[in-house]
Ligand binder design. Structure first.
Ligand code: HEC
Length: 193
């Protein structure tokens, strides 16, 4: 206890030294290795690596962890092929549909409307998107809807860059649920991107 009391002024002293300085003078770092890491940071210049950068492009043919490569190019023919080849890998349960509903609300409802009726708030200067409850959309296979979300269709912009493949499948399930909330759909194994 006594030694702790003796240490107190020392601690207060070093804390006040460490805190001195303004916003552009950060003061003294008591333990600099806590602030500056030994390895290069991603955006540090680097004399050893190509182009003098630490951050290097991924080697050709590699795939980031958690991502599946896209095997489909944009366009209606590829959309049809995705419709034939892909199945939704996610289980059709309430949790997935709810997650899909949230994603639909933030990514799609602005044009398609909250219930997919083609009455989103962005519509007036643009042509209405077709209702997702129409027979045409009902008959699109899951894989084709996935492709349309990924690459867009006509004037609908692609969403592949901002929505992960898994989240796209969640949206597909929600679209199915919008089209027919009473029919529980059983997902087949498979999937892709
Ligand atoms: C900027 C407005 C806009 C956004 C955002 C948007 N869409 Fe679309 N969508 C459209 C338009 C317009 C069409 C009609 C495109 C065409 O065929 O010319 C369309 C078509 C579709 C179709 C095909 C319907 C059919 O019957 O052919 C589906 C399915 C679809 N969108 C789903 C989605 C989903 C799911 C999202 C969210 C991830 C989304 N869209 C986001 C405007 C949008």
């Amino acid at each position: 206890m006594r030694s702790a009391l003796l240490l107190l002024p020392l601690l207060v002293g070093s804390a006040s030294v460490g805190c001195r300085g303004g916003a552009d003078r950060p003061g003294i770092a008591v333990m600099p290795e806590m602030f500056h890491s030994v390895p290069y940071d991603a955006h540090d210049p680097n004399g050893v690596l190509p182009r003098g950068q630490t951050l290097q492009p991924a080697p050709l043919g590699t795939v980031s962890r958690g991502f599946s490569p896209t095997h489909y190019a944009p366009g209606p023919e590829e959309a049809l092929r995705a419709g034939r080849e892909l199945t939704n890998p996610l289980p059709a349960n309430a949790m997935v549909v709810r997650a899909g509903a949230r994603l639909f609300a933030s990514n799609c409802a602005v044009c398609h409307g909250p219930q997919g009726a083609g009455d989103g708030p962005i519509v007036p200067p643009f042509p209405n998107p077709p209702a997702l409850s129409a027979n045409h959309a009902k008959q699109l296979p899951d894989g084709q809807v996935f492709h349309i979300i990924t690459h867009g269709q006509g004037i609908m912009p692609p969403h592949g860059r901002q929505i992960t493949p898994e989240d796209r499948w969640r949206i597909v399930l929600f679209v199915r649920w919008l089209q027919d909330p009473n029919v529980p759909r059983v997902a087949a194994p498979g999937g892709g991107s």
